[in-house]
Ligand binder design. Structure first.
Ligand SMILES: Cc1ncc(C[n+]2csc(CCOP(=O)(O)OP(=O)(O)O)c2C)c(N)n1
Ligand SMILES: [Mg+2]
Length: 902
């Protein structure tokens, strides 16, 4: 079959004009009668008639194919297009200057340092989408108005910098140092990073797929704050700019039904559909726009397609038969991309040439005009119409699918080409062409130097740009911390937990929930607490909170819960405090991020406590946690049911011995593995102080377990040690013994260590001190910082790592055991006075009870005892026969399989 004969495999969007045996004229009559209804009675009546026709057809046995697609045309018809309120010519000139400077930034950076990178073609395709937003929609945050929240596409950042340069917010020097942040005077980070540019960027977006999901939960969190009366209800919007290729990330579309279910009409997605990603077309053999339209329409979003620019309007008008729309629906994206890089003659032949009637439509237009028919996403009037419709839309979120050309304006240097994403260098001719195309006032000689260009302060361009921003309340993006620090010290809140459980057996999870319950009642922080759970509240014994503080629901509770007669019924409420997110750790984390950054976004100190199955945290959603850290999120992540051998029964997938290792790389995450209630109390109280009183940009990861045991009282003032990572919990009973050991335990394994202490003392005459190691990460960071300082300051008094200080006078052999990988104790062993024996849980978990698991992973009291005896043997302090006997007495199978590899 030739190409012409083969029907293109495209989405279901065609308007068939040739049904079986039907004459064109008959179709024409139907179309005309619809037109006349539209004219006389309006779109609602027309829609009603079509709906009735569809129902009538179904009743009569006509099997109408389902389609969530509309034709490949603009959603907003010309007659409903509002007037463009700006000075279009002036805005075009400003946009051209931004295009130039964005390009200059990348080209210059790569001239100075080959391969420093940067992107030209993403912003080139999106410039109009952003400029219409900047000139007419994005409202800044101020004391009077919370402002719109804008997520900028990461690779378009040169455009945002170039605009800020024209706005006078970033110096030429800064632009010069794009991607060279370590240069004197500072530079600009490659992508949006609040960590690196805390006064500028608010939201990191460059790990693709995170932005859409975060934006959805941000919009939802804004509603949560309103429904709980924590901020006034406003018409502020959340705008998220995405790439069409980015939508392939599962996170991108993963939460779109939440947005429609929650009727988030404060949310607007703008998908820059340049039909290309990094390597080539997003859907060469299909149509990404139609695919996205059906996904979003299926999810009940308001979908606005902006496909064709104003130049197409008169052609459409001449096309009374709907031939053009039909033809547009036939092409696959690979063909559309080819048209972009082809001549007008080619377009005429290959696009319009499929039907003589189509050719007739464009007969009056010369080839050059055909080539220059703009796409919708490059036409400010079309983009304005879409944005206006989006902000006015009520009842559901909106997605704008805007067609653009990747590398727009780059001409031979890359416009629409597959290589364009990587284009960072332009030759002299290409630069001159770009300069001329966008009317940059630079002569042929100057322009090849690619200087930054900013018109005089009193130029009409700068005046206009400033006036527009002033009208919209100030500059965007801009990040500032607007919350007031907390004042109370909360001693009373946490004191009770310092006293132990009086012999009652409780788990650290239960202890934490007790604290949470108390915090929720506190006058200062009670309202600010945001408990977040991904369908796991009962696992953690938090169900009593359902009743006391309620589960947030934007519609309240429309049903009588099945357990209404019980004390702890499932209570949903409009002002509910708990965010019960269902089974989505990613979504819960996005809520946690929104709550943990509200101190900047909204000026509200909400304090998230996100509690989840610890294995599904760092392991599953680490990139969101990385983004949270970049965003300077404050708050608490609670890894529940943690510990490879402490969570019994659940086996290989659930038992977490990894998360404390995975928490290591995130610089501002403080990770704790506490054993006792008072340790948790000290950590949380200090965390609230550091984050919400002192304003530190840190966040906390605390593992909590489900093994019940008696919580001891705090043994004296060990707060400092708890926070710094270790303290002596129980010293040896007989300090004068000849055989000595130092034993280190964490989390629930500390109890095994305490049992080993007793065995060693009673059976082998070894007196040992037991240390609670609350944070290997803290100890490690302190160690590497000390080392570094000493290296850089050789003449000064050397700093001594905290571990070394703790163990300065601690005699005997050293043994550490935790429920996590052995690498944790190993990484601090070099700062210890002698070699360290490390026990841990490297390997896959097993479905088993705790005792068996601890035997399997060799972290129970017997193995800890053996490890101490073995170290004494290595040091020549005990005979080999003692070891042999101990192995026998302790019942240790020396031929058991290694847990690491079995
Ligand atoms: C999670 C993730 N994977 C891969 C990349 C690398 N990457 C950066 S841009 C890009 C292509 C982007 O295409 P699209 O989303 O269509 O954006 P466009 O530049 O076309 O607007 C890729 C693969 C990334 N930044 N993040
Ligand atoms: Mg793209």
């Amino acid at each position: 079959m030739s190409k012409e004969e083969e029907p293109a495999e495209v989405m279901d969007n065609e308007i068939s004009t040739q049904p079986h045996g039907m004459e064109d004229v008959e179709i024409q009559e139907w179309l005309e009668s619809l037109d006349s209804v539209l004219e006389s009675s309006g779109p609602e009546v027309a829609a009603e008639i079509l709906e009735r026709l569809r129902a009538h057809a179904t009743v009569n046995g006509i099997d109408l194919p389902f389609s969530a697609n509309t034709p490949y045309a603009n959603t907003i018809p010309v007659r409903l297009q509002p007037l463009f309120p700006g000075d279009q010519e002036l805005e075009r000139r400003i946009k051209s200057l931004i295009r130039w400077n964005a390009l200059a930034m990348v080209v210059r950076a790569n001239r100075v340092e080959h391969n420093i990178g940067g992107h030209i073609s993403t912003y080139a395709s999106a410039a109009t989408l952003y400029e219409v937003g900047f000139n007419h929609f994005f409202r800044a945050r101020s004391d009077e108005f919370e402002g719109d929240t804008v997520y900028f596409q990461g690779h378009a950042s040169p455009g945002m910098y170039a605009r800020a340069f024209l706005e006078g917010r970033l110096s030429g020097q800064k632009l010069e140092n794009f991607r060279r942040e370590l240069k004197p005077g500072g530079g600009l980070s490659s992508y949006p990073h609040p960590w690196l540019m805390p006064d500028f960027w608010e939201f990191p977006t460059v790990s693709m797929g995170l932005c859409p999901l975060m934006a959805i939960y941000q919009a939802r969190f804004n509603r949560y704050l309103e429904d709980r009366g924590m901020k006034p209800a406003t018409d502020a919007k959340v705008w998220a700019f995405l790439g069409d290729g980015e939508t392939d990330e599962p996170e991108s579309l993963g939460a779109i039904t939440l947005a429609s279910r929650e009727k988030l009409d404060n949310l607007i997605f703008v998908v820059n559909c340049n039909l290309q990603r990094l390597d080539g077309p997003v859907r060469g053999n299909g149509q990404i726009i139609q695919e996205l339209e059906s996904a979003f329409r299926g999810a009940r979003w308001n979908v606005i397609k902006v496909l064709w620019g104003s130049e197409w309007d008169p052609i459409f008008e001449r096309d009374t038969e709907g031939l053009l729309v039909k033809r547009m629906g036939e092409l696959v994206d690979g063909e559309y991309q080819k048209l972009v890089v082809s001549s007008g003659a080619y377009v005429r032949e290959h696009f319009f040439g499929s039907d003589p009637r189509l050719l007739q439509l464009v007969e009056p237009l010369p080839d050059e005009a055909l080539r220059r028919l703009r796409l919708g996403g490059h036409d400010p009037r079309k983009v304005y119409a879409a944005y206006k419709a989006a902000v006015d839309h009520k009842g559901s979120p909106t997605v704008i699918l805007a067609r653009t050309i990747k590398g727009y304006g780059l001409g031979e240097a890359g416009e629409g080409k597959n290589v364009t994403h990587q284009q960072k260098k332009l030759n002299e001719d290409e630069l001159r062409e770009f300069r001329s195309r966008f009317g940059i006032p630079l002569n042929d000689v100057d322009c090849v130097e690619v200087p930054f260009y900013r018109p005089a302060e009193d130029s009409v361009e700068i005046q206009y740009l400033r006036a527009r921003r002033e009208a919209l309340g100030g500059y965007v993006p801009k990040r500032s911390v607007r919350s007031k620090p907390l004042v109370a010290d909360h001693d009373d809140l946490f004191k009770e937990f310092h006293e132990g459980s009086d012999g009652r057996e409780v788990s650290t999870t239960m202890a934490f929930v007790g604290m949470l319950r108390k915090m929720l009642k506190d006058t200062e922080i009670g309202r600010l607490i945001v408990p977040i759970v991904p369908d796991e509240a009962r696992t953690f014994g938090m169900e009593s909170l359902f009743r006391t503080v309620g589960i947030y629901s934007s519609v309240g509770q429309r049903y009588e819960p099945v357990d209404v007669n019980t004390l702890l019924y499932y209570k949903e409420a409009k002002d509910g405090q708990i965010l019960e997110e269902g089974i989505t750790e990613a979504g819960s984390m996005a809520s946690c991020i929104a709550a943990g950054t509200a101190y900047a976004t909204h000026g509200i100190n909400t304090i998230p406590f996100f509690i989840y199955y610890s294995m599904f945290g760092f392991q599953r959603i680490a990139d969101f946690i990385w983004a949270a850290a970049d965003m300077r999120m404050r708050g608490f992540l609670l890894g529940g049911t943690s510990g490879r051998t402490t969570l019994a029964g659940e086996g290989l997938q659930h038992q977490d011995g990894n998360s404390h290792v995975l928490a290591l790389p995130v610089p501002n995450v403080k990770a704790y593995d506490p054993a006792f209630a008072y340790e948790i109390a000290v950590i949380i109280q200090d965390g609230i102080r550091r984050m919400y009183k002192d304003g530190e940009s840190v966040l906390y990861y605390i593992t909590v377990m489900n093994e019940p045991y008696a919580m001891p009282p705090m043994p004296g003032d060990v707060k400092d040690g708890i926070l710094r990572g270790m303290y002596r919990f129980r010293p040896a009973a007989n300090g004068k013994a000849k055989l000595r050991a130092q034993l280190f335990g964490s989390g629930a394994i500390l109890n095994e260590v305490l049992r080993a202490q007793e065995i060693l003392e009673s059976k082998y005459g070894v007196a040992s001190d037991v240390w609670s190691v609350t944070s290997y990460k803290e100890l490690y960071n302190d160690g590497i910082e000390s080392e570094r300082w000493n290296r850089l300051h050789p003449g000064e008094k050397a700093r001594v790592p905290y571990v070394t200080k703790c163990l300065a006078d601690a005699p005997g052999v050293l043994v550490a055991a935790s429920d996590y990988l052995k690498t944790l104790p190993n990484m601090i062993s070099k700062w210890m006075p002698r070699r360290l024996a490390s026990l841990g849980t490297d390997g896959f978990g097993r479905s088993e009870g705790r005792a068996s698991l601890r035997e399997f992973f060799e972290v129970d009291s017997r193995f800890i005892t053996l490890a101490a005896l073995h170290e004494l043997f290595v040091e020549g302090k005990v005979e080999r026969s003692v070891l042999d006997k101990a192995i026998k007495d302790l019942g240790i199978n020396t031929d058991k399989p290694s847990p690491v590899i079995s």
